[in-house]
Design a protein around this ligand. Structure first.
Ligand code: PLP
Length: 372
């Protein structure tokens, strides 16, 4: 298989698997138990915590581990609304956010919150004037992701955070696709991240919280994670996340350069006839979202079963519905169905990328011939 679906998930790094092994096979102690083994597991989690915090790289806050970034985003949104003062109940977000944000906002709207979903331009970028129009003393939280999972577009998160703060609001940033790939700029009060997008294990994420901006506790029980998110932590998953975060930091420049080269390689190998969806300038280049007139993306995926790529988010590909992100960019139903997302990264070899892109282009031309 040629794996070109790095936005859906990333292959686990060998170093991560090695780091997790002893916490699966040998030390199975509960990290919250007072035994020596419990203390050892707890200490390993502390090291992992520091590594994830360092990779996030923001000052004046700390993380709580969660079961996923979806959980972290649900917590950030719902817990902030729960803690919000009377009269401040507006949440401002963007049409291209992940379902974890948009569906949580829908749920909150159903429970009385004033939710505003801003449109984006054809380039996928937020309109800062439209944002300014939603910011006043009623605005509680602005939620904007840094790197879009479907089109790779980078939003101006620092600027958005400053605007939110000026109105007395907080800013939540979904940095799931950014961690380990681009620097997270200063500004956000809450940041959601996930291990499996940075060559770590699935089933663990984290919410970084600026001191004083912590949302209300989300999961009640044994009082773990400072009483905010109860539940026994998994030392193996925490250690895996920590190892992946450390590796991502150490390899940041190398991985970034590799991805820049892969982008150029892929564009060349695809040849003419494709358009790139979303801004090319403001973009993480491990994401190549492309469209081609008349192509049926789902059919291409079915025709090329040994190449893993997708139509958009894994959720959108599974549902058969056209991507809400591409629709927000102004693509019509047909254009959205003719778009593909190729995602590559650390372990992608240029030769396999060339092979895959040439075969995708050939299969698209074949479709055009058959449909002509
Ligand atoms: N936000 C973005 C931008 C994502 O790409 C994803 C993963 O698909 C998520 C949130 C959810 O992350 P998790 O799989 O950890 O729930």
């Amino acid at each position: 298989m040629i794996y070109l679906d790095y936005q859906a998930t990333t292959p686990i790094a060998p170093e991560v698997a090695v780091a997790m092994q002893p916490w699966i096979e040998e030390n199975f102690a509960n990290p919250h138990s007072p035994s020596r083994w419990g203390h050892e597991a707890d200490a390993a989690i502390d090291v992992a915590r520091t590594r994830v915090e360092k990779a996030i790289g923001l000052k004046g806050g700390s993380i709580a581990f969660t079961g996923s970034a979806t959980e972290a985003l649900n917590w950030a949104l719902k817990g902030t609304v729960e803690k919000g003062k009377k009269g401040r109940d507006r949440i401002v977000t963007v049409a291209t956010e992940h379902a974890a944000v948009l569906d949580s906002c829908d749920w909150l709207a159903g429970h009385g919150a004033d939710v505003r979903v801003l449109p984006v331009g054809r380039d996928g970028l937020i309109d800062l004037e439209a944002l300014a129009g939603e910011l006043d003393e009623r605005t509680l939280l602005v939620s904007v992701m840094l790197v879009n999972n479907e089109i790779g577009v980078l939003q101006p998160v620092s600027e958005i955070a400053s605007m939110a703060h000026e109105a007395g609001a907080l800013m939540l940033c979904d940095a799931v696709q950014a961690l380990g790939r681009v620097d997270i700029p200063a500004g956000p009060d809450l940041v959601a991240v996930s291990a499996h997008k940075i060559h770590g294990p699935k089933g663990i994420g984290a919410l970084w919280m600026k001191d004083g901006a912590e949302p209300a506790p989300f999961i009640h029980g044994g009082g773990q994670e400072r009483g905010m998110r109860s539940g026994t932590l998994s030392p193996a998953l925490c250690v895996g996340f920590g190892a992946a975060a450390k590796l991502a930091q150490e390899r940041a420049d190398k991985d970034f350069d590799h991805v820049q080269n892969l982008w150029a390689t892929a564009v060349r190998a695809l040849g003419p006839g494709w358009t790139i969806n979303g801004s090319v300038a403001h973009r993480y280049r491990g994401n190549l979202n492309i469209g081609r007139e008349g192509v049926d993306g789902a059919r291409l995926i079915a025709d090329l079963r040994d190449i893993a790529f997708s139509l958009g988010s894994a959720c959108a590909s599974g549902s058969g519905r056209p991507s809400h992100v591409l629709q927000a960019l102004g693509l019509n139903y047909r254009e959205a169905r003719s778009s593909l997302r190729l995602g590559f990264g650390r372990y992608t070899k240029p030769a396999e990328l060339v092979d895959a892109c040439q075969r995708i282009a050939a299969a698209a031309r074949e479709q055009e011939k058959l449909d002509a």
